[in-house]
Design a protein. Structure first.
Length: 450
């Protein structure tokens, strides 16, 4: 049987697309004409609209991963008006079937439990497991504090095997854990927090102060080094403000969106840009901690109202307190629509939102991404981690109204105690004093005071 020509393969393809694929300068990939022709024949048989073909259409037209990849690339180049969103999801399922395959470059994690478990994991050293029984039964710790300490201890247990320490709660174990955490790129303040979990474990588990003081010494050591990291952070904030602060970030959002719209919407790069754009916009509206941001769910923390506006409310993992951004700005809501549509027509946004109830807002699936993903995406785009945007927001508030700023900052950033925002409070008092002194000097110069 004679092989079909390119023109014969493309008989069912709409004329404008067919012309572009038959153009003299068109360099079709092997098999592209055949799979595109099959796709449009299947599209006609299923009755799917061109701007929203179903996954079934893609599956019938391309029954292997390599054929689907060829189809998606050809449609992106010669038929950009055809939505490839469901085809991309189908291709992701092919990825997942590979040995050890995953749709994400960063390892997913389970959503955090509501409370710490009553029994420690078997992966912990046996002494830690026994001490945790007493810790979990203690009435001194609030459930939120126990949950936080459990997470810190679990993190230490996860890397203990990579060190030479035997797990005894003393200076050497704390030192080895700190060194390992630094090799993994963790900040000193984070390491100090993890080691604090071991201090609490040892205190409730009856470890002698002589040994536990060694762990406390390493906590202080990392906190001292963290103060130096704060100086580096100040330099980053100053550089960001010089670029324009939030105006600069808004400009980056615009540039990223322009670039995203010019590329195939089924591509992994387009997905990454949609995530980055939504993250930047949300952090301008209300910056959250990266661990919290990574776990938000559609229909739970992020709710879309019938009028198209989105609302954000969540319980902070660090404090256990609920915080809210209320109804988000219209510009932010529009970008969240773009995120969940993932290349689909605008008219499907309501159905899309309803179908994603309970899904993670970044992966659009049940799986939760790595806790650091929001911060990594933001740093790739503007050069600073997401936490710096919390500080930037505080700087804006401090400069706008230093008298009221401390209380507004506490609410906006979700600080549980006055101590958490003490640096901002001191800075605001200094600004108020400077403004009052300037006003006083003006009054003296004007002869208003004798």
């Amino acid at each position: 049987m004679a092989r079909l020509t390119t023109a014969e393969h493309l008989q069912a393809v709409p004329a404008p697309i067919k012309r572009s694929m038959l153009a003299p300068d068109a360099k079709l990939a092997p098999g592209a004409a055949a799979v595109v022709g099959r796709f449009f024949r299947t599209l006609k048989e299923t009755g799917d609209p061109h701007d929203n073909p179903s996954a079934k259409t893609f599956q019938l037209a391309a029954q292997s991963e390599s054929t689907l990849a060829t189809l998606l690339r050809a449609l992106a180049k010669y038929a950009p008006q055809v939505s490839t969103a469901t085809g991309r999801e189908l291709r992701r399922s092919y990825y997942a079937r590979r040995p050890g395959g995953s749709a994400y470059s960063l390892s997913p994690q389970k959503a955090g439990a509501d409370a710490a478990p009553a029994v420690a994991p078997s992966t912990w050293p046996i002494d830690w497991q026994l001490m945790y029984v007493a810790m979990a039964a203690s009435r001194e710790l609030k459930p939120s504090s126990l949950k936080r300490h459990f997470a810190s201890i679990d993190r230490c247990a996860a890397v203990l095997g990579d060190t030479e320490a035997d797990g005894a709660l003393n200076f050497y174990t704390a030192y080895c854990l700190g060194e390992r955490f630094r090799e993994l790129g963790l900040k000193h303040k984070t390491i100090a927090g993890y080691l604090c979990g071991l201090v609490s474990l040892g205190r409730h588990g009856g470890v002698e102060d002589q040994n536990l003081n060694g762990v406390r010494l390493m906590v202080k050591y990392h906190l001292d080094l963290a103060s130096m990291e704060i100086k580096e952070k100040i330099s980053r904030i100053e550089a960001l403000i010089e670029k324009g602060g939030f105006d600069y970030i808004a400009q980056v959002i615009g540039e990223l969106r322009t670039g995203m719209m010019a590329m195939p919407q089924h591509s992994a790069h387009a997905e990454k840009l949609r995530q980055t754009i939504a993250l930047l916009a949300l952090h301008i509206n209300k910056p959250g901690r990266t661990g919290d941001v990574s776990q938000w769910r559609l229909g739970r923390e992020l709710i879309r109202h019938p009028d198209g506006t989105w609302e954000l409310t969540w319980e902070q993992e660090k404090t256990g307190w609920e915080t809210s951004a209320g109804r988000l700005w219209h510009e932010v809501s529009d970008l969240l629509d773009v995120l969940i549509l993932a290349g689909r027509p605008d008219r499907l946004v309501h159905l899309r939102y309803q179908g994603l109830q309970g899904a993670n807002w970044l992966t659009l699936e049940e799986r939760t991404p790595d806790r650091k993903l929001p911060s990594l995406r933001i740093k790739e785009a503007i050069g600073v981690p997401s936490h710096d945007l919390r500080t930037l927001a505080a700087e804006y508030l401090r400069q706008a109204d230093p008298r009221r700023a401390p209380d507004i900052i506490q609410t906006h950033l979700g600080h549980r105690t006055l101590k958490a925002g003490e640096e901002y409070r001191i800075a605001c008092k200094s600004d108020v004093a400077a403004r009052d002194w300037l006003a006083l000097k003006r009054d003296i110069a004007a002869g208003c005071l004798t």
